[in-house]
Design a protein around this ligand. Sequence first.
Ligand SMILES: *Cc1c(COP(=O)(O)O)cnc(C)c1O
Length: 228
Amino acid sequence: MSNLNSEILAQRLEKVKNDILSNCWDKNNPPSLVAVTKTVDANIINMLPPLGQIDIGENRAQSIVEKLPQIDKKINIHYIGRLQTNKIKYIINDICLVHSLDRPRLADELNKQALKSGLNIPVLVQVNIAQEAQKSGFEKNEAYSFIKKAKDYPALSIKGLMAMMPFIDDELQLATYFKAMRNMFDDIRQAAYPNVVMEHLSMGMTNDFKIAVSEGSTMVRVGSALFV
Ligand SMILES: *Cc1c(COP(=O)(O)O)cnc(C)c1O
């Protein structure tokens, strides 16, 4: 990581983008890339905009608070980690999309604080598609019930779904989970629930983004392949 410079970063970005392009459904409208910068400092983050990468992902409120004063104002910060309700106030003004809306209590609190600040917060509903005990996220059926009640959260805009896959090597099994997410995404989009616009299906990380994209992901979150 200490050797990382703009040239190396440019090559890695190009490689990831080519891998996205060669595996995606529509080459005219490829999935977008969120560069997950949780392991790198502001000086590395600031190499990204000149390389055409302005979307970054962070998973801790504290880290956003620390990096924000030092990073290029053009950068869009995506919140991708578990968000504690007592940390919402530190980041609510500075994030473009919360990928990790994983429980009703967080929705209640985000909505409340957004209303108070006159904000509208774009969010993705995180689904624990593989039903892993240690992972956060709504179970599939809970996610449906929650999304059907989206109009109860007027200060949130539900813009899609997010999932994190199990750490397994079985590509067929992974593809099954990604497919299940894409089916859910299409199904909810078709149903057109009030206050729900299915724009983003956020899935795919360094180890599995090619499979994710080949199964219909519209947004990948990649860290290690760029920064490690
Ligand atoms: C760290 C992280 C990523 C990126 O993972 P890599 O394997 O480094 O690409 C993506 N999504 C979330 C939620 C993360 O915490």
